[in-house]
Structures are given as C-alpha cells and as structure tokens.
Design a protein around this ligand. Structure first.
Ligand code: NAI
Length: 326
C-alpha cells in the first residue's frame, strides 16, 4: 500500500465541498491505489456542518480514506499538505461592490498563502477554485515566497469542460475524442475558449464547424455565461460540475495527461505576451507531476483581441489588491 497523501480542502462545508470530498476519498482524484488523508478547513461557524460531512464520509467506509481532520485554522489544515484545494471564499453579498469583494478575498488568500508557506509540504500542489480564482491564486502565490510559484494554479477546467461539451454537441462527436482545446485567461465571462487547434479523430474542429459567427456569437457567450445560466436555472451556482473540474485538474496534474492538452490557470512565464507571474489560463500537458505550457501557438488577430480583453480584466483585479501585497 502506498503512503497516504495529505489533501487539504477549504470551504469543506460548502456545496462544492459536498460534491468534491466523497470523490477524493473514493480515489477518483489521485488514483484507486492511493490512500488519502483529508484535512478540512472552514470557518468557525461552519464546524458543525463539517462534522456532519465527516460523519457521512465515515459512513461510506471508503477503503482509501486513511484519516480526516477538521479545523478553522489554516496552519492546522495545511500542515504537510501535498495537495491543497482552496474552495472557500467570500461570496458577493447584496450591495457589495466588486472592489469590496476583491479586497475581502484578498485578505483570505493572503492569510492562506502565508499558512501554506509556513506549514505545507514544500511541493504542495495548490488549486484555487474560490472566486475570483485567478487573482486569489496570484495573491496566495505572492504570500508564499518560500514555495515554488509554479505550484499555485487556478481553476479554468470548468470552462474547458464546458467548451468541450458545446463542441461535442455542435459537431455530434464524442467529447472524449476532442484534443487540443484550450481556454485562455481569467475564469470569468471574459475567458477565451479557443478551438482553432482542436481536432476530433485527427480532423480539424475549426474546419468541421467552419462558422466564425457561431464562434463569436454563440459558442463564446454560451461558455462565458454558463455559470450565470446555471444560477438562473438551479437557483444555486454550479457545484457538482465545479467539483468535477477540480478533480480533473488535480488528477491530470498528479497522474499526467498522456500528451493531451488541458487548461490550467498557471503563473505566466511571459509567453504569449502575458506578463510574468499573472495567473492565466493556458494550454498545458502534464507529466511526472509537472505541467508544461504548450508553446509556439499562433495567435491571430481575433484571438489577440480576446486574450487582451481577459488580460486587461486580470490586470484591473490585480491593481485592486495591490495595496495588500506590498
Ligand atoms: P458555498 O457558499 O456553498 O461554500 C463556501 C464554503 O466556504 C462555506 O462553507 C464557507 O463557510 C467557506 N468559507 C468561506 N470563507 C472561508 C475561509 N476564509 N476559509 C475557509 N472556508 C471558508 O460556495 P460554493 O458553491 O461551494 O463555491 C465556493 C467558491 O467556488 C465560490 O467562490 C464560487 O464562486 C467558486 N466557484 C468557482 C468555480 C471555478 O470554475 N473556478 C466554479 C464554481 C464556483
């Protein structure tokens, strides 16, 4: 039996937490032969609810669940964590301005980044799900100077999966056969889902669809506004699909993608004109526990405009929290 991997999850009492923890414990994230220890973090007032989730986890009798802890202290929850999935964040409340939301989350992620810096495993893989995910990941990364910056990532996988499903529906092909799809930028309606390089069984998706108007006027708005459409329909924000995307993101990072492109929000190395350090959605492949940026892709005029727009939004978010990172 392998040694258990310590997985910290924040926002454990929330709706994504509820859709996520059972799948991690069942081995869907790190593999069916990999025991895990869950280290759950939530606010003091949510500890009772976390206890209830732990009772249910216990009642599943998962063979791979080697232990569980709950805490409201990030330095306890992140102790020796090898994977940290940061889901808990401050939601927007009535009358709250976007700037206030940014500030409230910046404070959370400054504290959590510093805690990771202090107590987590030195190779901890961090995935930020809580919104604004890219900027929160950037703040956590900046607050953890002793950890490798490349280990801080943001979740763009839900956008990627949404884009793949829309393409499968449009082309009538199987979603699993889509290769070389990516989503550039911020996890927000400005993200740019790009199927120019995508193939299905070796055939170009762009040629198959051959409809730039559909791309600009149907596909991109549908993917960009999918979160809002789900809130409208369900009365609650996406949770199971978000948890699923988090599983996909970490599983691929941990176990590899076999050459397949996936989208991760990663700190830029300056490629594609994205300023160094900006946490941005890029196409990557994963191998041996590391992601590699897919390089050398041509960026045409339409794509450049889209990429610049989503970058501008991220730069504005960054400017909104600059005072906290001095
Ligand atoms: P939720 O409101 O059901 O749960 C959030 C949980 O986080 C609550 O239990 C709350 O007590 C906890 N929490 C709040 N502040 C915390 C802190 N400082 N430390 C630890 N725990 C804290 O929300 P839900 O639906 O689970 O969503 C969580 C986040 O994920 C939201 O920010 C949401 O916008 C984001 N999200 C991101 C997606 C992405 O693709 N990146 C997709 C869907 C949601």
């Amino acid at each position: 039996m392998k040694n258990p991997v310590r997985v910290a999850v924040t926002g454990a009492a929330g709706q994504i937490g509820y859709a996520l923890l059972f799948r991690i414990a069942s081995g869907e994230m790190l593999g069916k032969d990999q025991p895990v220890i869950l280290q759950l973090l939530d606010l003091p007032q949510a500890q009772n609810a976390v206890k209830g989730v732990m009772m249910e986890l216990q009642d599943c009798a998962f063979p791979l669940l080697a232990g569980m802890t709950a805490s409201d202290d990030p330095e306890v929850a992140f102790k020796d964590a090898q994977v940290a999935i940061l889901v808990g964040a401050r939601p927007r409340s009535k009358g709250m301005e976007r700037a206030d939301l940014l500030q409230a989350n910046a404070q959370i992620f400054t504290v959590q980044g510093a805690a990771l810096n202090k107590v987590a495993d030195r190779n901890v893989k961090v995935l930020v799900v809580g919104n604004p995910a890219n900027t929160n990941a950037y703040i956590a990364m900046k607050s953890a100077p002793d950890l490798p910056a490349k280990n801080f990532t943001a979740m763009l996988r839900l956008d990627h999966n949404r884009a793949a499903s829309q393409i499968a529906e449009k082309t009538g092909k199987a979603v699993a056969d889509i290769e070389k799809l990516c989503v550039w930028g911020n996890h927000s309606p400005t993200m740019y889902a790009d199927y120019r390089f995508a193939t299905i069984n070796g055939q170009s998706v762009k040629d198959m669809i051959n409809d730039q108007q559909w791309n600009a006027e149907v596909f991109l708005p549908t993917v960009g506004k999918r979160g809002a459409a789900i809130i409208e329909a369900r009365g609650l924000s996406s949770a199971a699909s978000a948890a699923n995307a988090a599983i996909d993101h970490i599983r691929d990072w941990w176990l590899g993608t076999n050459g397949k492109w996936v989208t991760m929000g990663i700190p830029s190395d300056g490629s594609y004109g994205i300023p160094e350090g900006t946490v941005f959605g890029f196409p990557v492949t994963c191998e041996n526990g590391e992601y590699q940026l897919v390089r050398g892709l041509e960026i045409d005029e339409f794509s450049r405009e889209r990429i610049n727009a989503t970058l501008q939004e991220l730069e504005d978010e960054k400017a909104g929290v600059a005072d906290l990172l001095k």
